[in-house]
Design a protein around this ligand. Structure first.
Ligand SMILES: [Zn+2]
Length: 107
């Protein structure tokens, strides 16, 4: 069976089909939500589940998954960024407005 690509969730660390996860990318010094899953850049993934979203605040895991230097998310308003992801994680909105969700980070 040729399944979907598997990706690992930053929060629970379990692998799932790509379509069950939201992709976050770092591209040109911006941390962004990538709803379509097609943006260039290094991606990290999180399940579309409130339980994973609530456990996603460990910046170190994101930095590791995104392969960016330690502490580079500390000054990026990361908590607010996570907060802004909630409607997407919880499936309350689709991708229409996702272009607005992003944070500048200093790498
Ligand atoms: Zn998860």
């Amino acid at each position: 069976m040729a399944g979907e690509p598997q990706r690992r969730c930053v929060a629970c660390r379990k692998s799932s089909d790509r379509s069950e996860l939201l992709r976050i990318v770092v591209c040109d010094g911006n941390l962004r939500l990538d709803v379509e899953g097609r943006s260039p850049g290094r991606g990290a993934y999180i399940h579309r589940r409130s339980s994973c979203w609530r456990n996603a605040s460990d910046k170190g895991r994101w930095e590791h998954a995104l392969r960016i230097p330690k502490n580079s998310l500390a000054a990026a308003g990361f908590a607010e960024f996570l907060q802004s992801l909630a409607p997407y994680v919880l499936g309350e909105v689709d991708g229409e407005a996702s272009g607005k969700i992003g944070r500048k980070i200093r790498l």
